[in-house]
Design a protein around this ligand. Sequence first.
Ligand SMILES: [Zn+2]
Length: 217
Amino acid sequence: MNIILIGAQGSGKGTQADLLSQAFGVRHIATGDLFRQALQEKTKFGLQAQVYTDRGELVPDEITVAMVLHCIEEPESAHGVVLDGFPRTLAQAQALDNELQHIGRQIDATVYLNVSRDELLSRLAGRYICRAHQHVYHVKFRPPKVTGVCDLDGSELYQRSDDIGEAIERRLNIFFHETMQVLDYYREQQKLKEVDADPSVKQVQAALLSQLAGNIF
Ligand SMILES: [Zn+2]
C-alpha cells in the first residue's frame, strides 16, 4: 500500500508517518531526509540536486520524482511506502502519478492531516530548537527542564526566524494555497481521506488507522 501523508509543519506529520510505517509495515520516506542523505553521500541524485542547491535554487521536480521513485523500487519498499513531504504541488503530484504508472504502481490513498490555522499558529509560535543538534521543544507540549537550555546537550534554545510572526503567516499561506490544489487532485481520483489532526497524537493515530483500514482489508 502506497500512502501519501499531507500536513502543514506543526501538524505532527512526521510522527504519524512513523506510526503508520510501524502499524502497516510500510517504509516511511521523508523526502527532506532523503535529500540530506543524497547530498551527504554524493549519490547520483545528490550530485544532480547539488547543482541547484549550490545556486540557491529549488531542485527541479524531475530530480525529486526520480529520487522518490528509486526509493519506491527498492526491496525495502516491497510492502509499500508512506510518503512524507512529497508531493507538495499539483505538478509534483501529476509527475509522480505518471512515473508510478510506468512501473505499474499507484498511490492507494492520500491522507490530509487537517489542523486549523489557529492551532498551527500556536504550535509553531511555541517551537524552540537547540543550536547544537536542532532538537525540537515546545513551550506548551514539550518544555525543556530548564528554560532556554536543551535537555540533551545543554546548548541554547532559539526560535527559527520563519517560526516567528509574519513569516509563519506567509509560510502557512503558501502551504495552504499549494496544498489545496494537491488535495483537489486526489479528491477527484477519490483517494483523499481527511483526518482532524487538532487532537492528541494517539487520537489522530486512531482516526488515521480507521480511515485507512478500508484500503487494507
Ligand atoms: Zn539539543
